[in-house]
Design a protein around this ligand. Structure first.
Ligand SMILES: Nc1ncnc2c1ncn2[C@@H]1O[C@H](COP(=O)(O)OP(=O)(O)OP(=O)(O)O)[C@@H](O)[C@H]1O
Length: 249
């Protein structure tokens, strides 16, 4: 995916910009952690990249075709956004699992669904249970499995482990690392993952995109970013999160 010079206005003030000049490339096998302060526009950027949100200027292209040439439905079959607050369709767990294949006219792969459910710790969940009765953390994992069943090329993950206990969080991290790197054709998939957890960012990414000051201020290899961020803003951001983590202990 090629992101070129994206500009987005603030929702409450069309004359002010949320971010501008966002330019980046997402290549097969990329594992990006998207980090930055609250309200810098990380979720909005991911929603734009899945064509769920409009933007003022710039272009996004997938497979060398501009987003304007794609039907949003076809684009979202390849680029799947997993929201922080999962939206369950009213009905059972099984209905929610089958729903994406129905929407996209794909055969439902029950074996794969069971494999993913087990991998995220939902192997014992009753498929006849109402999805709305699952806990927040269970819904978050069910929403992820639903997206994985689409077999997209790109996953856009919005703080998807925020309601999870440490064990479930680790299970999700392992599954997604395996998803992106462990397949027979390792060149096809990539993800961008928003997280406020620096330890998680180190584990799940090979590159960092850092949003601050109304744009994508840094794009760097993960190790290099944490060892020596290029900007004072990133240095302060990392320091702030570390201090926050310490005071939580
Ligand atoms: N649909 C919307 N309507 C109105 N304001 C919105 C909408 N979506 C986002 N905003 C505002 O736009 C700004 C950017 O929001 P966004 O959720 O993209 O930030 P973020 O970097 O993901 O923040 P966080 O880390 O807190 O999740 C915020 O001020 C937010 O309140």
């Amino acid at each position: 995916m090629h992101i070129n010079n994206l500009t987005k206005s603030k929702f409450d003030d069309p004359n002010a910009l949320l971010f501008r000049g966002v330019t980046a490339k997402l290549q097969p096998a990329d594992r990006i952690a998207l980090i930055g302060g609250s309200g810098t526009g990380k979720s909005t950027l991911l929603r734009i990249l899945s064509l769920l949100e409009s933007f003022e200027e710039g272009t996004i292209a997938l497979e060398d075709r501009s987003s304007t040439e794609w039907k949003p439905h076809s684009w979202r079959r390849k680029v799947s956004y997993v929201a922080q607050k999962p939206i369950m369709r009213s009905g059972t767990v099984g209905f929610n699992l089958r729903t994406v294949s129905q929407l996209h006219n794909l055969p439902f792969d029950e074996e794969l669904a069971r494999k993913y459910m087990a991998a995220v710790g939902l192997g014992q969940t009753d498929w006849n249970k109402q999805a709305g009765d699952l806990s927040g953390g269970e819904q978050q994992r069910l929403a992820l499995v639903r997206s994985l069943l689409l077999q997209p090329d790109i996953l856009l993950l919005d703080e998807i482990t925020s309601s999870l206990d440490p064990g479930s969080k680790q299970a999700v991290e392992s599954l997604l690392l395996e998803w992106v790197t462990g397949q027979s054709d390792p060149s096809a998939r990539a993800y961008v993952w928003i997280t406020h957890d620096l330890e998680q960012a180190r584990i799940i990414s090979n590159q960092i995109w850092f949003m601050a000051d109304g744009g994508l201020l840094e794009q760097a290899e993960t190790g290099a970013f944490f060892a020596k961020p290029a900007t004072e803003q990133a240095r302060r951001f990392i320091q702030g999160l570390k201090e926050g983590a310490k005071s939580d202990e």
